[in-house]
Every structure is written in C-alpha cells, then in structure tokens.
Design a protein around this ligand. Structure first.
Ligand SMILES: NC(=O)c1ccc[n+]([C@@H]2O[C@H](COP(=O)([O-])OP(=O)(O)OC[C@H]3O[C@@H](n4cnc5c(N)ncnc54)[C@H](O)[C@@H]3O)[C@@H](O)[C@H]2O)c1
Length: 260
C-alpha cells in the first residue's frame, strides 16, 4: 500500500526537498506551510505527481489551524516530518519579546502541536512489521549554541527534549520519534540572515570540517534513513548532520586542511 507523510514547512528549503524525495519514492505527501503563494507554486511544480501532493495552508503555531489540517488527512499517516521553523537573530539584551515568542511558538510549540495531532493517525498506520515515524528538525544550535541566535538555540534545545520524551512515550505503540540536528544548510532561512544589513550581527557557521556547507538533500538523505526499515530500532536519537561542525573545537583562523 502507498505510504503517506505529512511534512510541515513544505514550501521551502529542507521541507521542500523532503517532499520531492518522498514523492519520487512513491509516497503521498501532505505539504503544510503558512506561505500560501509559495505553497501554490510548489504544488504547480509537483503537478507531475498527479494527486499525490496535497498542499494544506497551516500555521503550525495555531492549535485550531493544526487541528483542522490533520483532520483533513484521512485516517492514517506513516510519517510526520516537522520542518516548519523560523530564525530571528539578535543579542539577548536586544531581542524583542515579539521575536522571542515567534521563534518559540513556531519552532517549539508548532512541533509539539503537529506531533500531538498527528499521533492518532500515526498509530492507526502501525503494523507489526512497520512502525510509524516522526522526524523532528532540531539543530546543531541545540548542541552548541551560537551568540546572536539565543532564542533559536533555546527553541531547538526544547525540540531535542520533546524528541526524547515523545520517543519514550510513543515507541511502545509503534511510533518511532527521532530528530536531525543539521549544521548550516543552504536554504532561504540562512540566506535571509546572511545579508549583513538584516543579520543583527549574526554570522553563519561557515563551512564544516567536511569543507562545504550542507545542501538540503544532505539532510534529506539521513531523513530517508530514519524513515527506512534500517532505522527500525532507533527512537529518541538526535543525529547531527553537520559535517563534523560541533565534533571538536577548531581555533579561529585555523585554515581548513591545515591538519592534513
Ligand atoms: N537551514 C539551516 O541551516 C538549518 C540548520 C538547522 C536546522 N534547520 C531547521 O530545519 C527546518 C527547515 O529549515 P529551512 O532552512 O528549510 O528553512 P526555510 O525558511 O527554507 O523553510 C521553512 C518553512 O517553514 C515555513 N513556516 C514558517 N513558519 C511557519 C508556520 N507558523 N506554520 C507553517 N509553516 C511555517 C516557511 O513558510 C518556510 O516555507 C527548520 O526547523 C530549521 O530551524 C535549518
């Protein structure tokens, strides 16, 4: 039987790449995003997938919107992938309460709401041989926070803890919850803060020890592993997908490759 996933943040970056990969692999995909115009453009781009891409406008930070979105999906889901997220940058002393609340509402509360509303559908799809999956998007910021993005780091630290607790609570019913913790990924989120006039002092992490920043498909490859039978015994795991960025401290100014 065809598998079905719900992907939040489907209109851009990692979520969009995830939609493409799952559609290519034969899944039916509900693509949730707040940005209606971009979601319409994405749906147009996926026209070749006939009726297997189902766009839904949804604000993950709004309980009523999330409830309505998951109520429209039928009675079962094999996977939930939570990519919706925002980054707002400022020194902690300068950060507005509006920006702080926005980041926490979308990244943390939004992840919680979607996972909670998806749970009955995920449980309904479980078979003895095939657990359902939840993949959350944490960040390397939860493992090694960076100045000027304190609210973001806090929101992703919370996502990592939600991952662990939901995994322990839900694995007995066949729902496996894991998270990815990417380093810098080349997406519109990073492009938006890479402009020095808009960044409020934020600096992207730069290249990893691997020698480049990630592309969305570097993250989606690991996501596909988490959705596969090979990951049938993983629950509550937070996998860094960061090219070794947080593995060890690299003194500033060390030229990459100088350790060879
Ligand atoms: N890009 C990176 O370097 C990086 C690194 C680590 C983790 N992440 C995480 O990966 C996820 C995807 O990031 P990305 O880089 O693809 O970002 P992106 O900005 O390209 O895409 C995020 C999508 O989320 C949607 N969105 C925002 N608020 C929403 C809301 N309230 N309801 C529904 N949708 C909403 C946006 O419209 C957008 O389409 C995020 O959770 C992000 O924090 C990204």
């Amino acid at each position: 039987m065809r598998k079905t996933a719900a992907i939040t943040g489907a209109a851009s970056g990692i979520g969009l790449a995830a939609c493409r990969r799952l559609l290519d692999a034969g899944w039916t995909v509900y693509g949730l995003d707040l940005a209606q115009t971009r979601l319409d453009a994405v749906a147009e781009g996926f026209a070749a997938y006939q009726d297997r891409f189902k766009p839904i406008r949804c604000d993950v930070a709004d309980a009523a919107s999330v409830t309505a979105a998951f109520a429209s999906m039928g009675d079962r889901l094999n996977a939930l992938i939570c990519c919706a997220g925002v980054l707002r940058t400022a020194l902690m002393e300068d950060m507005s309460i509006e920006d702080f609340t926005l980041v926490m509402s979308i990244n943390t509360t939004g992840t919680f709401l979607c996972a909670q509303k998806a749970l009955p559908l995920l449980r309904a799809a479980v078979t003895p041989d095939d657990p359902s999956r939840v993949v959350l998007l944490s960040s390397v910021a939860s493992l090694r926070p960076k100045i000027v993005s304190g609210a973001y780091a806090a929101s992703k630290g919370a996502v990592s803890q939600l991952c662990r607790v939901m995994a322990a609570e839900w694995a007995p019913s066949g729902v496996l919850v894991n998270a990815l913790a990417p380093g810098t990924v080349d997406t519109p989120m990073v492009a938006a803060v890479s402009d020095p006039t808009a960044s409020k002092g934020y600096r992207p992490s730069g290249v990893s020890p691997v020698g480049r920043i990630a592309q969305p498909d570097d993250v989606v490859d690991v996501m596909m592993f988490l959705l596969s039978d090979s990951a049938r015994y993983l629950a509550g795991t937070i996998i860094p997908v960061d090219g070794g960025t947080q593995a060890a401290f690299i003194p500033p100014g060390t030229p990459l490759g100088s350790t060879r």
